[in-house]
Design a protein around this ligand. Structure first.
Ligand code: PLP
Length: 445
């Protein structure tokens, strides 16, 4: 593969953009390929190389790179009529109605412009609603580039994980390991009266894909109920992907008080949203007192793209298709690992998948989850598969990033840039794409 154009573009980019990119994760070593265009389930780079794309914009592209006719014409019409106005439009109401109709816990929704903005606003809302300051997050959970959740450390011994964030922000953030009900109980025993909210992804999607153990979300739900705290599900990745239109909360049958959305709900354009019970969401200004505002919020082009994408998914067998291929790739990967790397773990559900390069495994492959770790206690892998972000960090992350990722790229398969980020099937992928990717995995693992 020739990468001369990408190399030259990166050279120029390094002079004018920090690290040569606009989002850190894109700066793969030694340099990223620059995308020229998307094509269904593939991308083509500046040198004309073609890749099967499992990055899918890091999650937003449920349908792949070719917008169906109804999405394309809605987007073009909105853009042609003047992109935005500073006054409300019908399409915002229609998308809000669609979301509240399908997502079990959501009665009202406020649209914003990114997942980060959604989680920032959700935390402010929870603090405003409860009159409390502390929030509980999962160690190594990811909620965007926001001050309150960029923390490291355990329990109440937390510190900012980036320069530029005052220590005092981290003072109000408590951390617990995902999937550890006892740690959650302990933190509520000590700080329960001060906790505004627990903020978690229903499935960790930015840290290896970690499925919840049975009963974990019920424990969090119960603790929040007992202490007057709110449960916030960050469904920025899982929303309209896991569990289809009802999202992960429908799949797991848990009703959070607040849900954050992003990615798919904007159909590939910049978006975020905060949804929940009316009583809580109406605390946002101008209905209530918790300040929330944005020039671009509810942007008509984004709203049209999100609405038509979700309508298309509702009217076609999109979720059956992507989930079926998800199962095909996860079970294919399982077969490859059994032969070549029995210590590694296949993770993921619905249209999310990843191989975590775990360092040890059980002696037998019998009785394993067949298409991605579901944290079944009776599985022989149960004690070896990652239970939280810390376990994923212990995997062979350098091997994944420095040897495996480039080997897949050279074989025409575009994966997310490190061990931690989820990969995605889209509606444009075919069984042939999956089988081609499995051949590449066979050679590269
Ligand atoms: C991507 C993501 C975010 C941040 O969204 P941006 O649009 O990148 O700001 C927040 N939470 C989760 C779970 C995400 O996956």
């Amino acid at each position: 593969m020739n990468h001369e154009q990408s190399r030259a573009l990166y050279d120029r980019a390094l002079s004018v953009m920090p690290g040569g990119v606009n989002s850190s994760v894109r700066a793969v070593r030694p340099y990223p390929f620059f995308v020229q265009k998307g094509d269904g389930g593939h991308v083509v780079d500046a040198d004309g190389n073609r890749y099967i794309d499992f990055v899918m914009g890091y999650g937003p592209l449920l349908l792949g790179h070719d917008m169906p006719e109804q999405v394309q014409s809605a987007v073009q019409q909105r853009a042609a009529e003047g992109p935005m106005y500073g006054a409300p439009t019908e399409v915002e109401v229609e998308l809000a109605e669609f979301v509240t109709r399908h997502v079990p816990s959501v009665e009202m929704v406020r649209f914003v412009n990114s997942g980060t903005e959604a989680t920032v606003s959700a935390v402010r809302l929870a603090r405003g609603y409860t009159g409390r300051d502390k929030i509980v997050v999962m160690q190594s959970g990811y909620h965007g580039a926001q001050e309150s959740t960029l923390v490291e450390g355990e329990g109440d011994h937390t510190a900012p994980s980036s320069p530029g964030i005052p220590e005092s922000f981290a003072e109000h953030t408590l951390t617990v390991p995902f999937n550890d009900p006892d740690a959650a109980r302990d933190v509520f025993d000590e700080h329960g009266d001060d906790i505004a909210a627990v903020l978690t992804e229903p499935i960790l999607g930015n840290y290896g894909i970690v499925h919840p153990v049975d009963g974990y979300h019920e424990t969090l739900r119960g603790l929040c109920n007992d202490h007057g705290s709110l449960l916030i599900f960050d469904e920025v990745i899982t929303g309209f992907r896991v569990g289809g239109l009802q999202c992960a909360q429908g799949k797991f049958d848990i009703e959070p008080d607040i849900t954050t959305f992003g990615k798919i709900v904007g159909g590939g354009f910049p978006v975020g949203a905060i949804g929940g019970k009316s009583e809580i969401i109406e605390q946002f200004t101008p209905a209530g007192d918790v300040f929330q505002s944005g020039t671009f919020s509810g942007h008509p082009v984004t709203m049209a793209a999100g609405l038509e994408t979700l309508r298309y998914a509702a009217e076609h067998d999109v979720y059956d298709h992507v989930n079926g291929l998800g199962e095909r790739i996860r079970s294919g990967l399982q077969d490859i690992l059994e032969e070549q790397a029995p210590e590694y773990t296949v993770v993921g559900t619905d249209s999310m998948f990843k191989v975590v390069f775990t360092r040890d495994g059980p002696d037998t492959f019998e009785g394993h989850c067949e298409a991605g770790c579901q944290q079944r206690p009776e599985c022989p892998r149960y004690d070896h598969c990652p239970k939280d972000g810390g376990d994923v960090k212990q995997a062979e992350t350098e091997r994944w990033e420095r040897l495996f990722w480039p080997a897949m790229k050279e074989r025409g398969v575009f994966l997310t840039a490190n061990q931690f980020e989820s990969q995605f099937i889209c509606d444009a992928h075919t069984a042939e794409d999956v089988d081609d990717a499995l051949e590449a995995y066979k050679e590269a693992i």
